[in-house]
Ligand binder design. Structure first.
Ligand SMILES: [Zn+2]
Ligand SMILES: [Zn+2]
Length: 242
């Protein structure tokens, strides 16, 4: 799409979000819940058999009743976060909903997705002290005019009645394009991309992002929180790509 075409799509998309704030988060058809009946059939929850740390795929269990174990990426280098929680697997209507988050005016959509996140992360949120968004780089934020992780974090914090520390993390380096890289390469690309402000000593933090792909970005952000003293970091996203 050309630059002008993309801008126009953004404006029209934003207008549609303002005019039709409810409806299916995926296709905008009439819906009682977050997704319409058709889209609901395509939405997947995370499988119970997943890496307990990053929620990534695992090879099939060897025995009945086996407990999930660390995936090969986490076994090689343990991420700085304790676990990843998301109500959905990334794809289909969920991917459409995440794309729509980028439009201005998608605030009500962010609140509805945040409510699904708060439900999925209820247990972790109960024991947490604060919610922190994974920030965009300031240049990226200016370009987009909008920070979807911040909106999601505010929504989750208000559902859980926790403070949202929107400035606890800063992105000091842009991430570059990460498509098609594994966690190891992505981790190298985002290492040191974040710095934490203030003293987070002993705090249990819920780190919010829109999508967790390999976990490398969340890992770098969690590392910065740990360096500022955070005792526990759980990542809560709309979706985990598997
Ligand atoms: Zn739908
Ligand atoms: Zn893992």
């Amino acid at each position: 799409m050309s630059g002008v075409g993309a801008k126009l799509a953004l404006v029209l998309g934003g207008l549609a979000e303002l005019l039709f704030p409810s409806g299916c988060a995926g296709c905008r058809a009439a819906a009682r819940g977050l997704f319409c009946a058709d889209c609901s059939g395509l939405v997947e929850a995370l499988p119970a058999w997943r890496c307990p740390r990053c929620a990534g795929n695992l090879p099939p269990p060897l025995a009945r009743g086996a407990r999930p174990f660390l995936c090969s990426s986490c076994a090689v280098a343990l991420p700085a976060f304790d676990l990843v929680i998301a109500p959905f697997v990334y794809g289909g209507p969920v991917a459409q909903a995440v794309r729509r988050l980028k439009y201005r005016g998608a605030r009500s959509l962010a609140m509805r997705l945040a409510s699904a996140m708060a439900a999925a992360g209820a247990e972790v949120l109960r024991g947490a002290d604060a919610v922190v968004p994974v920030p965009l780089h300031p240049a990226r934020r200016r370009e987009r005019g909008f920070d979807q992780a911040l909106l999601l974090a505010r929504g989750v914090a208000s559902e859980a009645r926790l403070p949202c520390l929107g400035r606890a993390l800063a992105r000091i380096r842009p991430g570059g394009h990460q498509v098609g890289r594994g966690r190891e390469e992505r981790s190298a690309a985002v290492a040191g991309a974040f710095c934490a402000r203030g003293d987070l000593s002993g705090l249990s933090i819920v780190l919010v992002d829109d999508v967790v792909t390999t976990g490398a970005t969340a890992g770098a952000a969690a590392q910065a929180l740990r360096e500022a003293g955070a005792a526990r970091v759980a990542v809560l996203a709309v979706a985990r790509a598997l």
